[in-house]
Design a protein around this ligand. Structure first.
Ligand code: FAD
Ligand code: 2HG
Ligand code: ZN
Length: 442
């Protein structure tokens, strides 16, 4: 290890090899507090060449590494659970010029989403992806997890925003395809493959992003609804009427109470079984097509943001209750209402007395099942919920990925032939198996 640390210092400079326990600590624990590891060193390269040098040094020493961006991942994939070196990409924070003709930009992997959003807005463009962790989550981490988020309904996920990627593979070679050509039919789409690979195939160092047109007139409404079926019905009505929805989010009444207590704010409207938060490009009157019993509508930035807080603060409010088991799942839309109704019972059967908080991106069929109560290492609740999801035709990961948290259940979602192909790809791009070896691929 001393030799390896010396090679790291040579590659990135002494100041960027962090070995002090109190400095390492923030890189060793995940955002949820459920996954805690330990690392001999956190290495912070400042260029693609430095990343390649660190990867080569790890390869030569046979030491594994975990790439880390903002450490906001929710499946235990960004922390060194088996004593890996942490490779922090946050210093790769360059923002390239906006390509006004193509509507694209190239950015470093360590740039935060919020920084790219501000950069795009300053040039009259917007980024087609958004999430509540925007101030910390990095573009490289979002590529690695193929993040979804709040704008998925309108613009798709991270893979849909990609026009190219640069990455360092497991043997230290650099693959770079950042030209951003819209039509470019020249073989394997490495950007699409690296997207969602969770740091197991390559370390993303730079990303070419497609930008979208900014929305000039935007409205947000929080609508009281009877439940999931009513929320989906309202979304369908709005879409059929030609309303261009930017987001459609759902949370339940106990979530509303939890967030109000956590933030110390009043309820924005009378209690209802559930709440649908919709955002659209248009005018306040557009909401008239749905039959809303009670709704609060906002068309200025300040009031819109305060409505969003009731939804976005769920994750922090749940964390304040205790260490959560997070099960981010998708169901076919016709099965969603029954799933939401049945989950509390399925949880109670294996972990009586647990608190279950359900919310999510309803129009995408994506529900975040949060369970607080069972010890961090007790997986019975995870097992019960994921099996229920598969029984009902859903996916065990909608947008957060597999990480270490769901690796044990990947076989429920993928055939043995698919897993065999995964392993072959892993061996080809990371022959010594040093890139995040304990996540995703069983
Ligand atoms: P990290 O947490 O650092 O890493 C995540 C994974 O990516 C790890 O496996 C890591 O090894 C790998 N990785 C990181 N950087 C690189 C790189 N440069 N190259 C290769 N591999 C890398 N997710 C959603 O999809 N939708 C949401 O709406 C959403 N909302 C969130 C809200 C909150 C409050 C929080 C805390 C999280 C939320 N997340 C959401 C989860 C998280 O923000 C995303 O998974 C995000 O993409 C992680 O980015 P990161 O930079 O923090 O990555
Ligand atoms: C969100 O949609 C994130 O807010 C986090 O994906 C979900 O906290 C969660 O379970
Ligand atoms: Zn989400």
């Amino acid at each position: 290890m001393d030799d390896l640390l010396a090679r790291f210092r040579e590659a990135v400079g002494e100041a960027h090899v962090l070995v002090e326990p109190d400095v390492r600590a923030g890189y060793e624990l995940d955002w949820t507090g459920r996954f805690l590891g330990t690392t001999p060193a956190v290495v912070r390269p400042g260029s693609t060449e430095e990343v390649a040098a660190v990867v080569q040094a790890c390869g030569a020493a046979g030491v594994a590494l975990v790439p880390q961006g903002g450490n906001t991942g929710l499946v235990g994939g960004s922390v060194p659970l088996a004593g890996e070196v942490v490779l922090s990409l946050r210093r790769l924070n360059g923002l390239g010029p906006i390509d006004e003709l193509a509507g694209q930009v190239t950015v470093g992997a360590g740039v935060t989403l919020a920084a790219v959003q501000a950069h795009a807005v300053a040039s009259g463009w917007a980024v087609g992806i958004d999430l509540a962790a925007r101030d910390s989550a990095t573009i490289g981490g979002m590529v690695a997890t193929n993040a979804g988020g709040l704008a998925f309904l309108r613009h798709g996920g991270m893979r849909d925003q990609l026009a190219g990627v640069e990455a360092v593979l497991g043997d230290g070679t650099v693959v770079s395809h950042l030209g951003g050509l819209r039509k470019d039919n020249t073989g394997y789409d490495l950007a699409a493959l690296l997207c969602g690979s969770e740091g197991t195939l390559g370390v993303v160092t730079a990303v070419r992003l497609r930008l979208v047109a900014p929305v000039v007139e935007r409205c947000t409404a929080l609508v009281a609804v009877e439940g999931v079926a009513a929320a989906l019905g309202a979304v369908g009505t709005l879409r059929r009427a030609g309303v261009v929805l930017e987001a459609a989010e759902l949370f339940l009444d106990d979530g509303m109470q939890l967030v109000c207590d956590f933030l110390g704010v009043a309820r924005p409207l009378a209690a209802a079984p559930a709440y649908l938060l919709v955002e659209w490009a248009g005018e306040v009157e557009d909401l008239g097509v749905i039959d809303a019993v009670d709704a609060v509508v906002a068309d200025d930035a300040g009031r819109r943001e305060s409505l969003w807080r009731y939804r976005e603060a769920h994750t922090e409010a749940v964390n304040a209750l205790g260490v959560p088991h997070k099960l981010d799942v998708t169901l076919p839309l016709p099965a969603l209402a029954a799933f939401v109704a049945d989950v509390p019972g399925a949880v109670a059967a294996v972990a009586p007395g647990s608190r279950v908080v359900l919310f999510g991106h309803v129009a995408d069929g994506n529900i975040h099942v949060n369970v607080v109560g069972p010890p961090a290492d007790d997986e019975s609740v995870d097992d019960a919920v994921l099996r229920l999801v598969v029984e009902r035709g859903g996916s065990i990961s909608a947008e957060h990925g597999i990480g270490t948290a769901k690796k044990r259940w990947l076989h429920l979602a993928r055939t043995e032939a698919e897993l065999h192909a995964f392993r072959s790809i892993k061996r080809a791009l990371d022959p010594s198996g040093i890139l995040n070896p304990n996540v995703l691929v069983p």
